[in-house]
Structures are given as C-alpha cells and as structure tokens.
Design a protein around this ligand. Structure first.
Ligand code: PXG
Length: 298
C-alpha cells in the first residue's frame, strides 16, 4: 500500500486502517470531546494559531485538559502534514475525553486522546456548484441554545447540525439554514452565513449559537479592508430572503454563494458582485504565509 494516510494518535503515527480508538472512549460513547477542521493551502496552514486557540477554548468550556501545550499541538499538526507529504490538505484535529466506564462521569476517564488526521483536500461542494450557488432550506431544527450544547463550543456533539443536514437532503437542497430559538438566523449546518444588502456585509453574532468561524472572522476583516461596511447583528429570515446576495463561509468550502433559499431566488439568482470579489481576494489571501504557518520553512 504505502499510500494510506498516516494518522497521529497521542504522539505515534498509524496507517489509516490501523488507527483506532477504544469503544469505551467517551468521545465515542457520549460525543464528549472537541475538534477542529483546518485547511492548508499551498504549504501554508491557514490561521493555524486561531484554530488551536479555539480548540483550547472549546476544551476549557467542557473542562477537558489537553495533555500538551498549544505550541506542541501546532508542532504535532505540522509534523503530521510533513509525515504525509502534504501541501494542500484538510486537517481534522480531535481531542476526546478518553477511556472511561459506561457512566457519564468524566472523572472516570483517563488521559484525553489526541488524534490528527490530514488528507489531500476534500471538496465539500463541487466546483461548478460553487459558482452556480447553493440551494438552502430553512430547517425546522433550531440551533442549540447558548446555554445548552451550544455550537460556540466546537464539540463532538453534532447531532443538532446533522438533523438539519438530513432535512436538507430530504428536501433535495444542498444545506440548511438554522435559526436560533428566537427565530433569528444563526448559521447553516456547518458554515457561517452572510448577507449583502445595499452594499453592507452582514452576519449574525455568536449569541445566536453560531460558531465563531475562523473563515467568518477573516472574511469580516477582508470585507472591511476592501471598504465594505460590515455589521455583526441579528438577522431575520425575511432579511435573508430579500437580500441582494447571500454567501456562506467555512474551512472546508471557503466562501460559497447561495442563490436559492426556501424556494426563493436570492438577488438575480447568480453569485453576486460582492461575493465574487470576496471569493477572489480570499483565494489569494489564504495562501499567504502571514495568514498562517508554513509547513516546510526554508
Ligand atoms: N459553523 C459550524 C457549526 C461549524 O461546524 C463553521 C460554522 C465554520 O467555521 P470555520 O472556523 O471553519 O470557518 C463550522 C466549521 C468543514 C467542516 O469541512 C467544518 C466544520 C465541521 C465539519 C466540517 O468545513 N466546522
């Protein structure tokens, strides 16, 4: 074989087919753990430090002590990429509570398990779909509340999102917009959402339960730099349906135009001018060493 990806587990590397975690791990039994999805573009791991900061913040929120420093974690990610000879990659970093007994009590768990998977980029959405724009439904599944299993914590509990995704698939749509418990727009199943109206770039705050996305934060900065007024505020479904442009952002997909929501055509039904401009700039920016960490320093 020799082609199998090598997976990092607690400091050792295992071929994919031999990379295993015990069934008594509470990550498996209860979704008790945290994760990150990270991208490397052309030898630069985009916003790696920000992803590591978010991983440790998620871990802190669930009282999970990661058994290594942030610097050691960054080194482990880079080592995994080098070990697999990758320049353009999708990286999945998972930290589980570790092996415990059949009860919930996290104090029964031993050491957390740290897993790093790096594969050649996985295209979440097809390229042509990207320019055509995606079709979304508005899900009947509400985003978990900020005082519950909020997506502000990037935990291994993704059932809230998966239920919305299942609804989108059943409706023949690409993905689903999720509202918060008040009925305001939060995000999609696994991306943040933006609208453009009268030249303004608008996105909901994380108080809706949306994940504070690394791509979202970068796009907000990028839009400001390009001179667009940027607003982070509550957005109603009506505002989304009547927007000039809608797009979504996420690590896997980058920036993706949305041209249909719940049967309504958004704007003129094509990727909008602002969206295209941001996509073009993002493609350039994500490869710049100053926006990440180089895998192979000279
Ligand atoms: N919201 C949720 C609920 C997410 O899980 C985002 C927004 C976007 O955040 P970033 O930091 O990626 O800009 C996520 C991202 C993928 C993938 O392949 C991403 C996530 C989960 C599973 C897959 O893009 N989380």
């Amino acid at each position: 074989m020799g082609q199998e990806p090598l997976i990092y587990i607690n400091g050792e590397f295992y071929p994919k087919s031999e990379a295993k975690i015990p069934v008594y791990d509470h990550g498996f039994l209860y979704g008790d753990g945290v994760f990150e999805g990270i991208r490397a573009y052309d030898g630069v791991v985009f916003k790696l430090r920000e992803h590591i900061d978010r991983l440790y913040a998620s871990a802190k929120a669930i009282i999970l002590e990661i058994p290594m420093s942030k610097e050691e974690m960054i080194d482990a990610v880079l080592k995994t990429l080098r070990k697999n000879g990758l320049k353009d990659a999708y990286i999945r970093l998972v930290v589980t509570r570790g092996v415990g007994d059949l009860g919930l009590d996290p104090r029964k768990c031993g050491k957390p398990n740290v897993i790093i998977i790096a594969e050649p980029i996985l295209a979440l959405y097809k390229k042509e779909a990207k320019l055509k724009g995606l079709s979304l439904i508005i899900s009947s599944v509400r985003r978990d509340r900020v005082d519950a299993t909020t997506h502000q914590i990037k935990s291994l509990n993704y059932l809230n999102s998966i239920l919305a995704k299942i609804e989108a698939i059943a409706a023949g749509a690409d993905d689903a917009i999720m509202l918060d418990d008040r009925g305001f727009v939060a995000e999609t199943s696994s991306t943040n959402i933006f609208l453009v109206k009268d030249g303004k770039v608008i996105t909901p705050p994380s108080s809706t339960g949306a994940l504070p996305g690394v791509t979202r934060n970068f796009v907000m900065e990028l839009a400001k730099k390009l001179g667009y007024p940027v607003e982070e505020r509550d957005v109603t479904p009506f505002e989304l349906l009547t927007a000039d442009e809608v797009f979504m952002t996420g690590t896997g997909a980058g920036i993706v135009p949305v041209t249909r929501i719940a049967g309504r055509t958004i704007g003129d039904g094509k990727a909008g001018r602002t969206t295209l401009r941001l996509m073009e700039e993002f493609e350039k920016e994500c490869r710049k060493p100053e926006n990440g960490i180089k895998i192979y320093p000279e």
